[in-house]
Ligand binder design. Sequence first.
Ligand code: SF4
Length: 268
Amino acid sequence: MKKFKFAFKKFFLFQDKYPAFYYKKRMVIFCYGKFITLSKRSKCQIKFPKLIIKSKKFVPEEPIITFITTKRCSMRCIYCSVRGGESSIDLSFDNAKFLIDKVCYPNQKIKKLHVIFFGGEPTLSIRLIENLIFYINSKKIPADYSLSTNGILSKIVIDFLKMHNFVVNLSFDGLPSIQNYLRPLANGGKSYAIVENTIREFVKRKIIFKVRTTITNNSINQMLPFLKRLEHLGVKTIHFEPLNICGRASDDEKGNLKLPALSYYPTI
Ligand code: SF4
């Protein structure tokens, strides 16, 4: 226990992403679900997916894989942390399959694989998602699926989510004046009515979902009527999240995008 205390005091981020610390003159990095060590002088760059290959012993019984399936997006949220829609990079099936094979290798005892799809707007790559589900099924691995979406979904996609028992994380920021301002469509159009309609479809089809609401200093005062509206629509779970000042939010030269004032946070 003492050793861990010592180690975590020196905790830092390697390559700005991987939690790491020095122990006995070696750097220990937590990466892709396992600890690896590098000598202090090593200039090793962690490159996906080389490290996965040696990680068999460390794959847990219920691994979680998150696929960022595309950077494309049907919205242009003014605060988007991943700059959705600014590039059209898609994850290839071969790369995704490679990762599944490395996590779920033969004789690995996996109780359940948890698969998360993220973007951009992941449903724009629904064919890839479908192929990955087929592939996972073909390996006879029990799996569950979740996905984050902006709610601009066709009925076919909603049927698909229902068919595969997806748990959905639906981003929706407020009543029309807020939602349409913060989360416009890619063509500049209004998104509120479309997303509200998606919620109605989710409720009708008993899809398990939660609404995720990003809160800014301007929108926080209007959350109460929004909550009432969500309740009226049949939403059961809501997740409020303060704005993250990164991505497009950090481009906001006029300073309109701000975190809720500290006075709004509960005091302990
Ligand atoms: S829907 Fe998501 S990925 Fe697309 S622009 Fe908005 S925040 Fe970004």
